[in-house]
Write a protein that binds this ligand. Structure first.
Ligand SMILES: Cc1cc2nc3c(=O)[nH]c(=O)nc-3n(C[C@H](O)[C@H](O)[C@H](O)COP(=O)(O)O)c2cc1C
Length: 201
């Protein structure tokens, strides 16, 4: 196997994403797990924003957010999602398309509990994506959340995860003279059996 092929070598696309993420953790300046997540509104108008990818499971990806945010509303409308991870230091990207469902059980509680107290209070205070008068108003909301929920706040019912179940992946690695390597993995008829094909750059 050449060095070039070996960066694409993995038993499935989740393992490959994990392997590339492990490399990115060593080389990226910050937030190697930052991904651009795309949704569409009721008119089909797309929307994209960065969130942090918090876990790569054997058949899914999980990130956390506010369930009253614009992205959550749009996921609720379509059930569909796409994201891209791009690592400048590696000159690689991973594109994923699939469906998303809420993760508001034990893993969400555990992740919430692992966060810094002020982040947990911030989740209570932020009415994400709604208009806000000033920074002072936000800080006052955080102090109100501190007074109400104390040192050990429970996870807000309006805050939790989304679990993304991919139907398609594309792995892209930069090549000389724009002759990049691209591999698309798609799910066959059997759950979690993946077929892969090479694409022109
Ligand atoms: C590096 C970075 C990481 C972010 N991580 C998250 C995140 O994990 N969850 C989240 O809800 N927003 C995160 N944000 C903020 C979102 O980009 C966005 O502003 C917010 O979620 C509201 O998006 P919406 O109005 O489309 O729902 C992050 C932003 C940046 C730049």
């Amino acid at each position: 196997m050449t060095a070039r092929q070996s960066i694409f070598g993995a038993k499935d696309p989740f393992a490959l994403t994990r392997a590339w993420m492990a490399e990115a953790e060593k080389s990226e300046l910050n937030d190697p797990n930052a991904m651009a997540v795309a949704t569409v509104d009721e008119t089909g108008m797309p929307n994209v924003r960065i969130v942090l990818l918090k876990s790569i499971e054997d058949d899914a990806f999980v990130f956390y957010t506010n369930y009253e945010s614009r992205k959550a509303r749009e996921i609720g409308l379509s059930g569909k999602i796409a994201f891209v991870l791009h690592w400048k230091s590696l000159r690689r990207q991973v594109r994923v398309r699939g469906t998303a469902e809420r993760e508001d059980g034990a893993p969400a509680d555990a992740y919430y509990a692992s966060r810094a107290l002020d982040s947990r209070l911030g989740a209570w205070a932020s009415r994400q994506s709604r208009p806000l008068g000033s920074r002072e108003e936000l800080m006052a909301d955080v102090e109100a959340a501190r007074a109400e929920h104390g040192a050990n706040p429970s996870r807000p019912p309006f805050w939790g995860g989304f679990r993304i179940r991919p139907t398609e992946f594309e792995f892209w690695a930069d090549g000389a003279f724009r002759l990049h390597d691209r591999e698309r993995w798609t799910q066959g008829f059997t759950f979690n059996v993946w077929e892969k094909e090479r694409l022109y750059p």
